[in-house]
Unconditional design. Structure first.
Lengths: 225, 131
């Protein structure tokens, strides 16, 4: 129970004993009860964190998308049975949920939300970004999707329909963005680099080859400062 | 307040900067702890994920109606509230026990010198009486 010894405060106290905030007390209390009764195993807790902090993330989803762009058979499978096609790449839901792929086209643009809490396709995207969990996103993307998308820098043509999908604990969604133009000869690995997380939630497009280059330029500029 | 549901509460909020907060999944260690505890309890078969989602989303809704700040901090506070509620209602961590352990951890912190690991000892359960 003492592995997290960084909970004390660093600032000066009149006394020199340790201090735990009310929240830390509550969390420690829960953990020691649950571990004490054998409901959770400290090693399993570490393993779960390691998985979500290091192994599972939007790179998984990017691999799914890049493969779908490059392999027509896989694309067909993904359209027919997303959960199975994604599971074939070893990305399966720990909560036993289905993962449904939504395909963006010039006619329809798909966006994902969880209006109730923060259901999210963990196996392919990792843990959700803070804004996905915010009440503002959860309510506004349903009421005024185009406006919210514009705030993300995505302005869609008027003729493109926007479809908002509400996730549940049983049903999670991943958006398959449109393949950017000018990438016909690109390898799967190169394509993966274009698939940013937000494009798989549907609030941005996949990067274009030019955008990727300018990102690289920006990086080197900022690094040079 | 009539008509002030989740949607209405969210709609009044200032435009958000939809920024990438980087690759940090958790702002503070306790957030990671409650996340992993929840997943572990679920994986041990102690509750279904839809049960969790129901309790958690209820807490999220309440917090939106109460006008709490729309932040990650509130999100994880709601998560903690939900986890305490659910583990208590399933008798995995009854409320009275949670209170007893909180007090024990407070006592443990008080007798631990700054910079030393805080550990729970049997004596921490026999300190001051409940107020």
């Amino acid at each position: 129970m003492s592995e997290h010894d960084h909970h004390h405060h660093d600032h000066d106290h009149d006394d020199d004993h340790s201090h735990l905030s009310e929240t830390e007390l509550r969390v420690r209390a829960l953990e020691s009860i649950l571990v004490g009764k054998g409901y959770v195993d400290p090693e399993a807790l570490e393993a779960i964190l390691q998985t979500y902090e290091e192994k599972v993330g939007p790179r998984n989803g990017a691999r799914v998308v890049a493969r779908a762009w490059s392999d027509p058979q896989f694309m067909e499978w993904l359209q027919r049975d997303s959960t199975a096609a994604i599971a074939s790449m070893d990305y399966t839901g720990r909560q036993g949920e289905h993962i449904v792929a939504l395909f963006n086209t010039p006619e329809v643009h798909n966006v994902v939300v969880c209006t109730l809490c923060s259901c999210y396709p963990w196996p392919v995207l990792g843990l959700p970004p803070a804004w996905y969990k915010s009440a503002a996103y959860r309510s506004r993307i349903v009421i005024e999707p185009r406006k919210v998308l514009a705030e993300f820098g995505l302005t869609l043509p008027d003729e493109t329909k926007v479809r908002v999908w509400d996730s549940t604990s049983e049903m999670r969604y991943i958006v398959i963005p449109m393949r950017p133009a000018g990438t016909e000869r690109w390898s799967v690995e190169q394509l993966e680099e274009l698939v940013i997380r937000d494009s798989m939630i549907g609030v941005r497009l996949a990067n274009s080859p030019e955008a990727t280059e300018s990102t690289i330029t920006n990086w080197s500029t900022s690094n040079a400062r | 307040m009539p008509g002030r549901d989740c949607k209405a509460a969210g709609a009044g909020i200032e435009p958000v900067i939809w920024d990438n907060e980087g690759q940090v999944a958790f702002g503070e260690p306790w957030q990671a702890q409650i996340f992993s505890m929840t997943v572990a309890l679920h994986e041990a078969g102690l509750f279904g994920w839809s049960t969790w989602a129901e309790v958690f989303s209820g807490r999220r809704r309440a917090s939106s109606v109460e006008g709490k700040p729309d932040t990650s901090q509130t999100y994880y506070e709601d998560w903690l509230d939900a986890l305490e509620t659910l583990t208590a209602s399933l008798d995995l961590a009854p409320q009275a026990e949670q209170a007893r352990y909180r007090k024990a951890w407070r006592d443990a912190a008080e007798r631990t010198k700054h910079g030393h690991p805080i550990e729970l000892q049997p004596a921490d359960f026999h300190g001051r009486l409940h107020p």
